[in-house]
Design a protein around this ligand. Structure first.
Ligand SMILES: NC(=O)c1ccc[n+]([C@@H]2O[C@H](COP(=O)([O-])OP(=O)(O)OC[C@H]3O[C@@H](n4cnc5c(N)ncnc54)[C@H](OP(=O)(O)O)[C@@H]3O)[C@@H](O)[C@H]2O)c1
Ligand SMILES: *[C@@H]1O[C@H](CO)[C@@H](O)[C@H](O)[C@H]1NC(C)=O
Ligand SMILES: *[C@@H]1O[C@H](CO)[C@@H](O)[C@H](O)[C@H]1NC(C)=O
Length: 335
């Protein structure tokens, strides 16, 4: 037999194994549903969070939205209520204005206030966050602190409150929104990658703690997603960051939200979109929790290959960085 026949044979066997596992996974996994459940979404007034609100409202959940700006919250509430009106199951929608980046008293009371109306929180989706792409030495102390406060502590403290309640219920789903830039450090994202990377380790530790209580933890690592937040990030983004992050394409918030909810309901630890996302999450799985057979086998069988493929990506990223550097140097000389 020639080499290429062997390869074909191996590919077919691998394909059959994966198809088998995909079917087995579907049969084994007891998919939870959200009908009549209380879902709380931070950052629910815009972008990915707002899309998650539509997604869960369409599945019959009651929804609590948290953000700072009241006008945006009220507009989002009306939007999500329109989705509820169009779906068969009629959920309720309520809003709370809280600054998750600093307001610690408000954070500790918001779960109680929200639960008083809609019952125990069954699912908490932490979407509030923002990114600032700037060169390392140009990031102001205020921006660095705020990136950490909102992205890390803003998820940490409200999740503590939610976990207290979920442990009593012996059920629940926690979602953190990290980023593909939390799986690997990227040019311009020194503060943001540090914050989003911290969320992944926080999620790993929490997953181990709450597992006996029938609570699952999911981390969402979206690629570039077309949201108001992304447009804002665009304003200070160095060219290098733009060119590098473009490699994974631009996704719609609805796609990210749909996958997030599906994977969280299935109890998967990681959720992402696109081929680069699949590769990155398999490659960066490390000692993270094993929550489903399909992802686990992808990690075991493909990590080596993906590490080899990463060399190509890293090489092209280095080229982008070096080219911009040379351009800067030559324009300096010209002055
Ligand atoms: N879009 C992307 O390309 C992308 C990629 C990877 C990861 N992500 C992550 O996904 C999440 C959502 O991003 P997005 O692009 O959808 O953002 P977005 O459109 O800017 O929405 C952010 C939401 O968070 C709220 N928020 C921000 N700071 C807050 C604070 N201190 N306290 C309470 N609420 C706060 C905002 O409302 P207020 O301003 O009214 O408070 C808004 O509802 C973020 O964590 C982001 O880092 C985004
Ligand atoms: C775990 O939670 C699910 C809902 O998320 C529930 O259907 C199931 O009965 C719970 N299992 C236990 C053992 O409490
Ligand atoms: C980002 O900014 C560039 C100009 O710097 C513009 O061409 C591009 O359309 C912007 N993209 C988004 C999504 O706002």
């Amino acid at each position: 037999m020639s080499l290429c026949c062997y390869l074909e044979y191996i590919l077919i066997v691998v394909g059959v194994i994966f198809a088998f596992i995909a079917v087995a996974d579907k049969l084994i996994s007891k998919k939870r549903d959200l009908k009549g459940k209380h879902v709380m979404i931070t950052g629910g007034s815009s972008g990915i969070g707002l899309s998650v609100a539509h997604e869960v409202a369409g599945r019959g959940a009651h929804v609590t939205l948290i953000a700072r700006n009241i006008a945006n919250l009220e507009k989002a509430k009306a939007d999500v209520e329109a989705t509820v009106a169009n779906s068969v199951a009629g959920g309720k929608v309520q809003i709370f204005s809280v600054n998750l980046g600093c307001d610690s008293d408000a954070v500790s009371s918001v779960i109680k206030d929200a639960e008083a109306v809609l019952g125990p929180v069954y699912m908490l989706v932490n979407c509030a966050g923002f990114s600032r792409a700037q060169k390392f030495e140009e990031l102001s102390p205020q921006v660095v602190k705020s990136v950490m406060d909102v992205n890390v502590l803003g998820s940490f403290f409200i999740t503590q409150e939610a976990v207290r309640s979920m442990k009593q219920q012996q059920e629940g789903i926690i979602v953190f929104t990290s980023s593909q830039g939390g799986l690997l450090g990227l040019y311009g994202f020194s503060a943001y990658s540090a914050a989003k990377g911290a969320l992944i380790k926080l999620a790993e530790a929490l997953h181990m703690e709450v597992k006996p209580y029938n609570i699952t933890v999911t981390v969402c690592c979206p690629p570039d997603t077309d949201t108001p937040g992304f447009e804002e990030e665009n304003k200070t983004k160095p060219t290098e960051t733009k060119l590098i992050s473009e490699a994974a394409g631009l996704f719609k918030p609805e796609e990210v939200a749909h996958k997030l909810v599906e994977d969280a309901l299935a109890g998967k630890f990681m959720t992402t979109n696109g081929l680069e996302g699949f590769m990155l999450t398999a490659l960066c799985a490390g000692m993270g929790p094993i929550t489903d057979l399909k992802s686990f086998l992808a990690q075991v069988l493909l990590s080596g290959v993906f590490r080899a493929v990463s060399a190509f990506y890293l090489w092209s990223f280095d080229r982008i960085v070096y080219k911009e550097y040379q351009q800067r140097m030559s324009s300096k000389k010209a002055e």
